[in-house]
Design a protein around this ligand. Sequence first.
Ligand SMILES: [Fe+2]
Length: 248
Amino acid sequence: MRIFRKLFSRNKLIDPIDFGAVRVDMHSHLIPGIDDGSKNLHESYELVKRLKSLGYRKLITTPHIMSDFYRNDSDTIRRGADQLREYLRNKGVEIEIEAAAEYFCDEHFDRLIEKKDLLSFGNNYVLFELPFMQAPTSLKTTLFNLQMAGYKPILAHPERYGYWHTRFDEYQSFIDKDVLLQVNLNSFSGAYGPQVRKTAEKMVDQGMISLLGTDCHNHNHIDMMELSRRMPYVHRLVTSGVLLNGKL
Ligand SMILES: [Fe+2]
């Protein structure tokens, strides 16, 4: 909380944005007990209620699928989403919940691409993430196979991969290959450190971002969103008209 207050006092803030302008969040971990996100249905309900009160009308939630840590599959995620929808209905919370996944780029992902067993959303979009230490050597092949299978890749939080902070040509090469970039909302308030924030801002300056995601795992992330929604760069991005969120 002290860090939160420090970040709050250090920033030049403007009026908080209503996320009704974004309409749809497409990156979160709200299905309980299957990854490092929400721990139980009650927590999911509270998180969804808070996201709704910030203005979101629809949540596309994206549990991790990572062969070594989160062995989820399409069925566990669909079942979890059904349970969550029912719980919310019983509690009287009206909001559209859709489920997809955040695929970690590993051999398991390659096998799922081969079987065309991926949870996509919108225009057949597939959200994927990379390791934080270094990019996989097979990345280009994986993306080629993904696109050949008819999917449209979205790279989750490119600003968080430190190995590319001084390599904007790498980011540009994704865009050139029709891979969309999704920035995390809380990157703009410094939640992941100053370098991540600087990179996110530079990406907005260069018009590289197509999607904005909360990547919400817990209440702390929503607390931080209270600060992020007052950041000038978030306003710029949301009002620029480039975001595809509203079409999902
Ligand atoms: Fe995530």
